[in-house]
Design a binder for this molecule. Structure first.
Ligand SMILES: [Zn+2]
Length: 381
């Protein structure tokens, strides 16, 4: 059992998984959308749902033409009793069973086992295989790997630790993709001082800071480690969630996509950061890599409240969720200028739409996820 506060650090969700700080939501009146640029069927390749919220999630999906949702981690529980790993996976797998053509589930390790279970590294590949036989469509590694997860000697486990190689090999044999959440926003790894661009956010949530070099590796080290895995396992399909963890530097991400043909990225909880780049650079990135990007939001339906990618956890109405999705459509589908992004906790700047082509949209909204997760086997074609 883990405490709610600890869960924020451990769960590895977008930067700001659960916040009860009552920060403003994103239903601001500036977000008036004259033309609602809806009309595409969409796969949201990065959401979180707990069993109590399946009905609500499906309702919101229906309202927004989201035909399929990828539940990207095995995380569930209520109140202070939040958990991941096998217990969460099998509970969620059971809850999602009637919706195989609507919801797919990632298996997620509870990395605490690496410190407590002497057999963990030996058992891990079989744990994955068992989960795949029970319906897991992929493996998700939360951000603790490389950052906080420790072995029995109390040493941090590097993402490219050879003790993990049999896991990636098994994923390849099973034909399932592997997702990595690497690092967190750049600002969280920088010194916490007024010049830090997320000073206010870190002031509210000092536990999100990874600036202490005696405890945490630098972000660059985490990227090197995960890139070593992409390089060493060319036959495994990988997805770097949250724009491979580096939405602040899409040139670097472009370099990784060029170097690793087995790498995809998702957009989850990063439209705000993406929208900070000049819109022509965003347009070029999404156009050039239209076969490698999957649409995702990180919308989380936790047992007691919802989180829209990042920010406060509260019971958003279906209408508020519709507005949240609309900002995403607006960013990708229009050339509108200076509107609010979907995750206000990440900062108060405005973004410009990048208006990518219909052909690119179709791939990013639909085709890439169908191919990557082989969704045709569930009738999602
Ligand atoms: Zn997430």
């Amino acid at each position: 059992m883990i405490k709610r506060r600890e869960f924020i650090e451990k769960a590895g969700l977008g930067a700001a998984a659960i916040s009860l700080a009552g920060l403003p939501g994103c239903s601001g009146s500036e977000n008036k959308i004259s033309e609602r640029p809806v009309g595409h069927r969409v796969i949201d390749a990065h959401i979180h749902i707990t069993p109590e919220k399946v009905k609500k999630a499906l309702q919101v999906m229906d309202d927004n033409l989201i035909k399929y949702g990828v539940v990207i981690a095995s995380l569930t529980g209520k109140g202070d009793d939040l958990y991941m790993g096998d217990k969460a996976f099998y509970e969620l797998a059971e809850a999602f069973k009637p919706y195989r053509n609507r919801l797919g589930l990632h298996y997620t390790y509870d990395w605490d086992l690496a410190a407590s279970d002497p057999e963990f590294f030996t058992r891990a590949p079989d744990m994955l295989e068992k989960a795949v036989n029970a319906g897991a469509i992929a493996l998700k590694n939360l951000k603790q790997l490389g950052l906080t997860a420790k072995d029995r000697e109390g040493k941090l486990i590097a993402i490219d630790d050879p003790r993990l190689f049999p896991i990636w090999e098994r994923a390849g044999k099973l034909g399932i993709p592997v997702a990595f959440h690497t690092g967190d926003p750049v600002a969280f790894f920088r010194k916490w001082e007024p010049a830090n661009e997320r000073w206010e956010e870190l002031e509210l949530h000092p536990e999100w800071s990874f600036a202490d070099r005696s405890k945490y590796p630098p972000l660059e080290t985490l990227f090197e480690q995960v890139n070593n895995v992409y390089r060493k396992f060319p036959d495994v399909q990988f997805v770097g969630v949250h724009i491979a963890g580096y939405s602040e530097n899409i040139k670097a991400v472009a370099g990784w996509l060029d170097e690793f043909p087995n790498l995809m990225v998702d957009t989850a909880a990063r439209i705000g950061e993406l929208g900070k780049h000049p819109s022509d650079e965003g347009y070029e990135f999404f156009t050039k890599y239209q076969d490698r990007i999957m649409f995702g939001t990180d919308l989380a339906y936790w047992s007691e409240c919802d989180v829209q990618g990042a920010g406060p956890c509260r019971n958003f109405t279906p209408e508020e969720h519709r507005k949240f999705y609309e900002i995403h459509w607006r960013y990708l589908q229009t050339s509108d200028k200076q509107f609010d992004h979907p995750t206000p906790i990440q900062g108060k700047w405005k973004i410009d739409g990048i208006g990518i082509s219909e052909a690119a949209l179709k791939k990013i909204y639909w085709d890439n996820a169908v191919r990557f997760y082989k969704l045709d086997r569930f009738g999602v074609v």
